[in-house]
Write a protein that binds this ligand. Sequence first.
Ligand code: UFG
Length: 330
Amino acid sequence: MNVLVTGGAGYIGGHMVLALRDAGLKPVVFDNLSTGFRWSVPEDVPLVVGDVGDYELVLQTLKAHSIDAIVHFAAKLVVPESVRDPLGYYLNNTVKSRSLLAAAVAAGIKTFVFSSTAAVYGNASDKPLAEDAPLAPLSPYGSSKQLTEVMLRDVAAVHDMRFVAIRYFNVAGADPAMRHGQSTANATHLIKVAVQTALGMRPSMDIYGTDYPTPDGTCIRDYIHVTDLIAAHMQALDYLRKGGESIVVNCGYGHGYSVSEVIDTVRKVSGRPIEARIAPRRAGDPATIVADSARIRARLEWQPRYDDLATIVDHTLRWEGMLRERNLKL
Ligand code: UFG
């Protein structure tokens, strides 16, 4: 199977490329290198440098590489940035996905796996969120992804295409064999920021809000290991290959940690102090987002292997060490 991986030079897409290769499938990376890195694409994997909104280039690539399936990661993904730049997010995540879908339909692609997000739910509940919970995104990021889910649903209704949309909860960690990890410049995600602070790469970090309706007042998230998330994508491809109908699934473990608990875990695993300062709330942050993961476990037979915050932190720390060792620029 030949699989087009949009955003395959990035953090999560790069792990997908390795998983496809490990499984004997053929990934082709399509990436504009805006946040991804050429060096992270293995030499034996074709890399097309281009924009998913470039209809002609996408169509040509789908045909030239006889692509059977698309796994669509390419997106902007920083919640507060989307609040500041809504139109940029709708262009990048929604309008360009529409163009990609049009090229996919024109090329007769039947299998599509989409990176969606738990940010589509908004502040719906403090209980684990099932896929049929009301959608009320608090940020343009969440809305931009929700709109793509809607397009996929409507396209699949009339064209010969089936899809799995995977709503990611908070992804962290790195390949346990340290072949890949998050190398994003100026990363904003909590575990990465805490790890960099523990390693002395940042003097201190901020805790955005301690007055949320949670036990310690800081936001709660369901942190999942990137390798488990990628396993879900591989299961999704398999599910669709066996004729499974289009579905939307959550990908999270089903339990959460507060910002303070995460920072404490990074302190413990790294054995280093972290100066964490209390700061005002950040725009677009829901208090609690935890997955009800019953559907993905049942329908995709997903069985996570790294459901342990200390392991996720340990792998993030080791990857950061690798980046330094190899002197790779962030
Ligand atoms: N946080 C801090 N300090 C920091 C960084 C983050 O306190 O330096 C807090 C945030 O305010 C939030 C929590 O840590 O309460 C998690 O924030 P992240 O930036 O790590 O992640 P988000 O929850 O904002 O968003 C991530 C992904 C989205 C995905 C979402 C699903 O970026 O793509 O998780 O829950 F949709």
